[in-house]
Design a protein around this ligand. Structure first.
Ligand SMILES: CC(C)(COP(=O)(O)OP(=O)(O)OC[C@H]1O[C@@H](n2cnc3c(N)ncnc32)[C@H](O)[C@@H]1OP(=O)(O)O)[C@@H](O)C(=O)NCCC(=O)NCCS
Length: 169
């Protein structure tokens, strides 16, 4: 396959004061669900308000330690995002939880998700997390391939979900 040159993008953190950015990420969380489970189920699962509050929850340091990274094209348009946070297991040990990733359809297959994934990994590595976990649908082959290329393996399967894990430290 011919490789397109990677789109010129800049990765930065979301501006927590920007309602427009928070709403855009929430909308794309909705679009992710629509792509994965269809519109009817997606709408029944979470309202847009709930998704907006979920983004805001990630941005509230009294609730969690998290990053919402945005990828911006050369015109400053937000074209992709990734969200990750620090969680604790049942023994109180901290680990990195990579919660979601989304790239605008027209800009897929150019390495944008890869750039976001590397950004998330470098943050969680700086935070000295021993491992990173990502949960996804067992039939999300593209996502599993993407993470597989970066050292994540399937560590758990339950009904239609798989857990991907990468050991860091
Ligand atoms: C899954 C998703 C984030 C991947 O984003 P992406 O930016 O297309 O990912 P990448 O470009 O880094 O890699 C995807 C493919 O492009 C290829 N690629 C990477 N750089 C490339 C380049 N410069 N030229 C051509 N192909 C390239 C990769 O090899 C990979 O190929 P594969 O799918 O055959 O394995 C995107 O499809 C998406 O947003 N899907 C909807 C949301 C979603 O499902 N999120 C996950 C919820 S669990």
């Amino acid at each position: 396959m011919e490789h397109k040159s990677p789109a010129k993008i800049k990765i930065r953190e979301i501006n927590p004061e920007s309602q427009a950015e928070v709403s855009l990420v929430a909308l794309r969380m909705r679009l992710t669900l629509i792509e994965r489970v269809g519109e009817e189920k997606a709408t029944a699962m979470y309202s847009l308000d709930w998704l907006v509050n979920r983004v805001l929850w990630h941005l509230d340091p009294s609730q969690t330690t998290a990053k919402v990274f945005l990828a911006e094209d050369r015109d400053g348009r937000v074209v992709a995002h990734a969200i990750a946070r620090i969680e604790r297991d049942e023994n109180g040990r901290a680990f990195g939880y990579f919660s979601t990733i989304y790239v605008e359809p027209l800009l897929r297959n150019q390495g944008l998700a890869t750039s976001l994934l590397l950004k998330v990994e470098s943050w969680l590595s700086e935070m000295k997390m021993p491992k990173i976990i990502y949960n996804t649908a067992a039939n999300h082959e593209k996502l599993i391939r993407l993470f597989g290329r970066h050292g994540y393996s399937v560590t758990h399967r339950e009904s239609e979900m798989v857990q991907l894990t990468k050991q860091l430290h």
